[in-house]
Design a protein around this ligand. Structure first.
Ligand code: CTP
Length: 399
């Protein structure tokens, strides 16, 4: 919640400014007071009247507005807030901030303040990728400015890539995290991640191609929102996130024990690619080549951790989230999987080799809930994680 928090929202001039209207609504729903500032360019995208109506406050637009200056000077305006939020932060606004320019109300407020600042960049993908913007971004980060997004996806200009402004709920989550009052504060969340290794004999094992990247990003995003995260990971290729409790396991059996042992929890996210089968009997010494023929491996089914947690009679977490890695009929298979396992949500992804998702940095997911299926645009795994974490925060708040 953001009760009593004062947000000074600077709306920059980009097509994403329309999302800032929803952001104002979301912030006010959570009890924050929003003082809006519009740049001249922003007025080309949203009207001062709609911003003022949603914020329930005057819109500040002009550096040399004598009436407003008499009521509250622009220096003071920048200091009475708990957080300055720039959304959308255009390439131009970022450049002004990074170089300390103060040639309009927005940039002057940003220079005159000692209040923490959060930006939600939004711009054309080439502008975002440009070394000048990346330099400015690094400078701003170095100055302690928090950054939400940008997300990757189709852009209003017809191009594809990073540059879309974070969704309002993601910005809300970042604001809550920044104000030290993350929406998941006090929540305990177990995340399983990575592959499992099922030994055949002391030197060989069955594995899969999961890198652990998505589960790791989810644990990091949940932790950033203030959750206490218990991260149960198989032998992954990426290191676990900082600041979370890590339990390293090898096999599905060990993962099950660690995940169940970490309960009770508010939420469990099963992002691990758990091996479905293990050896019925693990050889205690190395299986040797023999002239007599090929070895026969007999499998046994592994425990299904997601199904077991989803179907717990006592102590079931209020939100259980599973993943579905599918290659065909993604939505239909994932919807059936949700019902079969008894979890609340399934994050389904198409792992056909052509998508490059398994082991890659991007993901294209469909979120299956009781309400139906929702396809998210292809985006970085970090962005999928941020969006999922924001949704989890919202669900736990409403539940
Ligand atoms: N999962 C689990 N324990 C297992 C197998 C899977 O917790 N032994 C979880 C995964 O972490 C993931 C979800 O279940 O959240 C989907 O697993 P998947 O293996 O894709 O589903 P299956 O039931 O094996 O279905 P299918 O064989 O049709 O893919």
């Amino acid at each position: 919640m953001l009760s009593g928090k004062r947000i000074l929202l600077i709306i920059g001039g980009g097509i994403a400014a329309y999302k800032s209207l929803d952001l104002i609504r979301r912030l006010r729903e959570r009890g924050a007071a929003v003082t809006p500032v519009l740049t001249k360019a922003a007025e080309q995208f949203v009207t001062p009247l709609s911003v003022a109506a949603l914020a329930g406050q005057n819109v500040h637009r002009d550096l040399f507005d004598l009436t407003q200056e008499a009521e509250m000077g622009h220096i003071q305006l920048s200091r009475v807030a708990d957080l300055l939020v720039v959304a959308p932060a255009t390439a131009d606004l970022m450049a002004k901030m990074a170089t300390g320019r103060a040639d309009d109300l927005a940039s002057t407020l940003l220079l005159a303040t000692d209040t923490p600042v959060l930006i939600a960049p939004a711009m054309n993908v080439r502008m975002w990728d440009h070394p000048a913007t990346q330099r400015n971004l690094a400078t701003l980060r170095g100055d302690g400015v928090a950054v939400s997004g940008p997300n990757e996806g189709d852009m209003a200009c017809g191009e594809y890539g990073p540059g879309r402004m974070s969704e309002p709920l993601e910005i809300v989550a970042a604001i809550e995290a920044r104000l030290g009052d993350g929406p998941l504060k006090g929540r305990r969340i177990v995340v399983t991640s990575g592959p499992t290794h099922e030994p055949i004999d002391p030197v060989r094992y069955i594995a899969n191609r999961s890198s652990g990247a998505q589960g790791t990003a989810i644990a990091r995003a949940l932790s950033a929102l203030g959750a206490e995260v218990i991260f149960v990971t198989g032998p992954a290729q990426v290191p676990p996130p900082e600041g979370v409790a890590v339990t390293r396991v090898e096999t599905a059996g060990e993962m099950r024990e660690a995940a169940l042992g970490a309960l009770p929890a508010d939420t469990v996210v099963c992002a691990a690619a758990v091996a479905d089968w293990r050896m019925a009997e693990e050889a205690t010494s190395k299986i040797k080549k023999t002239k007599g023929g090929l070895p026969v491996l007999t499998f046994a089914e592994n425990p299904d951790i997601l199904a077991e947690i989803s179907q717990l009679e006592a102590g079931r977490p209020s939100l259980v989230v599973g993943f579905a890695a599918e290659t065909d009929d993604v939505e239909a298979n994932a919807t059936a999987k949700r019902a079969r396992k008894g979890c609340d949500w399934i994050v389904a992804n198409d792992v056909s080799p052509a998508t490059g998702i398994m082991g890659g940095t991007e993901n294209a997911v469909t979120l299956i809930t009781a309400g139906g299926a929702e396809s998210w645009p292809r985006m970085g795994k970090d962005q999928v994680a941020a969006r999922l974490a924001a949704r989890i925060a919202e669900a736990l708040q409403n539940g």
